[in-house]
Design a protein around this ligand. Structure first.
Ligand SMILES: NC(=O)c1ccc[n+]([C@@H]2O[C@H](COP(=O)([O-])OP(=O)(O)OC[C@H]3O[C@@H](n4cnc5c(N)ncnc54)[C@H](OP(=O)(O)O)[C@@H]3O)[C@@H](O)[C@H]2O)c1
Length: 323
């Protein structure tokens, strides 16, 4: 099969279109012929090997040379322990370990897939898995966001942020979205009540306080985040620098307890139930998986460059022509 491979960390220039072995599904896996795969921040991090956690699968070079996690397509074969899917089913979901999706076929664990809702295209369904589940577990589970609460989403114009802004609005919050200058109108179009340009303003230094902060790209000190929370408020870190993660992990609970605030890391639990919940909201039209651009498989390097350079307003989707 055709796949985009990277045998070293680096810029999109290290990516190559190659012929590789089609994967064989394990007993608990499903082999999917991919129709669409969307790009996430984790693909850009996995390509560059930065931050350091992006090298968990291989310190010097990638152990799995195929990036891409959010897939939608049709089931080809199933492992012998798979009970929910059969050949021909339309499915969407995540590959294991966020790898294997920039290819004509990928195998994925049954528990990370779901039946594609009939009202969504393959491209729309491929937008949902990683970003949608992060948003759901952040806004609904950790934030337990209520009407009227002030919610800030840092990195709001990216894959997960796009879903988080819309979900927080759906739950009735007053939403502030933070991202670069070029994405502010996009944030407003998603429903953000206020926008902050991170290149001009530091949201932890403007005197405003929030009930809940979902941080998709954290790089400040834990003291700054505490300052931006209302009494009783909570902050959850999803991605960002390793230094900030360690601070939040080690100091967050202590600092938070002493001030009546919660400062924690959101370790996302990939699961089928949340995948279905967020997809149902998309099918009902309550949340829109906005697609900015579409590229063919051979142009994954350009697609990743577009995302990495901060230009994408919504999801970038790779459409894979099936023979
Ligand atoms: N905790 C977990 O279990 C878990 C699971 C999956 C993924 N993740 C992580 O989740 C993170 C977010 O993923 P994603 O797919 O939403 O990423 P993404 O699509 O790259 O979005 C990140 C957004 O943040 C913006 N940004 C960059 N620097 C910023 C700053 N200083 N202040 C505010 N915004 C800034 C980016 O814009 P620019 O274009 O200007 O850079 C981009 O719009 C990734 O780090 C990923 O590794 C965590």
């Amino acid at each position: 099969m055709k796949a985009i491979v990277n045998h070293q960390y680096g810029s999109p220039d290290v990516l190559q279109l190659a012929e590789v072995e089609k994967p064989t599904p394990k007993d608990n896996e499903v082999l999917v012929q991919i129709h669409a795969v969307s790009i996430n921040g984790s693909d850009w991090e996995g390509l560059r090997g930065k931050p350091l956690y992006a090298r968990l699968g291989g310190l010097r070079r990638p152990s799995n040379p195929i990036l891409g996690s959010d897939i939608a397509g049709r089931v080809v074969t199933v492992g012998r322990n798979v009970s929910q899917f059969q050949s021909g089913d339309e499915v969407f979901g995540e590959t294991s370990g966020y790898h294997g999706g920039f290819a004509e076929f990928a195998s994925a664990p049954e528990k990370l897939l779901a039946h594609k809702p009939a009202g969504l295209t393959f491209e729309e369904a491929a937008c949902i898995p990683q970003g949608g589940v992060i948003a759901l577990q952040g806004i609904r589970d950790k934030g337990q966001v209520q009407p009227g609460q002030k919610v800030l989403i840092n990195g709001a114009g990216g894959s997960a942020g796009m879903f988080a802004v819309q979900l927080a609005k759906l739950y009735g919050a007053e939403v502030t979205g933070v991202d670069n200058t070029g994405k502010l109108d996009f944030l407003r179009s998603l429903g953000a009540d206020h926008v902050i340009d991170y290149t001009r303003e530091d949201f932890t230094k403007n005197g405003k306080e929030y009930d809940f902060i979902l941080d998709l790209i954290a790089h400040r000190s834990v003291f700054a985040y505490r300052r931006a929370l209302k009494p009783g408020g909570s902050y959850y870190l999803v991605g960002g620098s390793v230094a900030t993660m360690f601070q939040v992990l080690l100091l967050g609970p202590l600092l938070g307890r002493s001030s009546g605030k919660k400062i924690r890391i959101l370790a996302v639990r990939q699961n089928q139930e949340d995948l279905v919940s967020i997809a149902d909201l998309c099918e009902a039209g309550k949340i829109v998986p906005v697609i900015d651009r579409r590229y063919p498989l051979s142009e994954v390097p350009d697609a990743l460059r577009y995302v990495g350079e901060g230009k994408a307003k919504g999801k970038v989707v790779i459409e894979i022509e099936n023979p």
